[in-house]
Design a protein around this ligand. Sequence first.
Ligand SMILES: Cc1ncc(COP(=O)(O)O)c(C=O)c1O
Length: 394
Amino acid sequence: MEHSDDCFLVPGPVRMGKPCLEALATPVMTARGPEFRDVMATLNSGLRNAFNLAPSKPVRGVQSWSGEDDYKVVVVSGSGTAAMEMVIANRFRSNDLVLVPTNGKFGERVAEMCKRFCNVKHLKYEWGRAFDLYELEQQLARGCYESLLICHNETSTGITQDAAAIAEMCSRHKTSFILDGITSVGGMPVHPEEWNAEAVVVGSQKCTAGPSGIAAIAFNSNFEERVHAIREQGDSNPNYYFDLVSAIKKGGDDQTPWTPAINLALGWGAALEVLSHETNEGRWKRCAHMAHGVRELFTDLGFELLADREQRSDTVTAIMYPEGIDDAWRTRLKDDYNTQVIGAQDHLKGKMFRVGSMGETPVAEMVEGCKRMIACFKSFGHELPEVSVETYFA
Ligand SMILES: Cc1ncc(COP(=O)(O)O)c(C=O)c1O
C-alpha cells in the first residue's frame, strides 16, 4: 500500500490512531463513579499486557492492576518523567546510594533525578557507546548500592542496553534493578519478571501510541514493601502529589488519589487495546523490521550510525549527517517533503537526526519517508548511490 500523506517518523510523541482519538473525545464523566473505574480497569489491563506481565481482567472491582505474578501497575498523571520521579522519590531514602550507568541524555536525566533524592554513583559513558559490563560488575561487587537504574532504550542516541545481562548481575549481587522503559515498553521485548526488575516506567506517547501527559509504573512486591517501610520509618523524601503510598492505597479500587487525567486515560486505554490486538510480539516485530530497514538502508547509502552496532535500538535510529549537512536538511524535509524526523540533543545538536520506528507507524509510511529523506539529501547536492528503498523493508 502506498503512503501519500505526511510522514511522521519521530521517536515520540507518535501519531495517535483513530480509536485513541475518538476515545479522547468522549464526553467527560465523573472522576469517582463506576464509569471511570471501568476506564481504569481497561487501562490497567492494557498496561499489564504492554508491560508483558500476567493478564488481568479489564473489569472494575477485580484487581485489574495485579495478576498472577508479583507485579502491580499504577497510572500517573504526567509524562514519563513524572512517573520516573515518583519511582525514585518514593523508593529511596536520602542516604541511600544508587548506581546509574548512562550513555545518553535520558540516562543522564535519571542520574540527575536521583541526585535530588539520594546519593548517586554516575558511570558516564560516551553517548551511543555500550556500558562496560565488567565495570558494572565490579561496582556491584562492592555491595554498597541499594539499586541500579538504567534508561533501557536511550532515545537520544539509539542504543538499547543489555538489560538481561545487567539484570542477571543485579540478581547475583542482590541489588534492585529499575528501568526507564519509556521507549522500550510496547516497542521491544521487556521482561520485568524474568529480569526481576523492581520497577519499570512507561510513557503513553511513545511505543504504545497514546496521548502525551500520562504514564505508568509496573512494580513488584519488594518495591512496594520498601516504599511502605521507608514511609513508616519516617524516612521518606518530601513529595505529595507523587506519593506512591496514596496511589497504591487507591489502585486496588481502580481509582487514583487525585483527579485523574480522565480523557487521557480513555485515549490510552483505547490505544492499548489496539496494541493487544496487534499483540506485543507483532508490534515488536514490526518495529524491529522498520528499524532494521532504516539501519541497513542508511548504512548502504554511506551514512554513519551513532550507536554501537550490537546494541542498536529497534524503536529509534540515530544517523550522523554527512559532511556539509546540518539541521537545515530537517527544516527542508518538513517544509518541502512533508516529512518529520527529529534532531539531536546537547553536543550532538545539528550533527545527526533520529528516525522513530515505534507506535502504530505503518511500514509503508517508513518506506515513503525514507524515499523523501533521500530526495531531500539529493536536493542539497549530496550524492548518493541509487537504491531500491522497498527492498530494505520487504
Ligand atoms: C527514554 C526516555 N526517557 C525519558 C523521557 C522523558 O519522558 P517525558 O518527556 O514523557 O517526560 C523520554 C522522552 O523522550 C525518553 O525517550
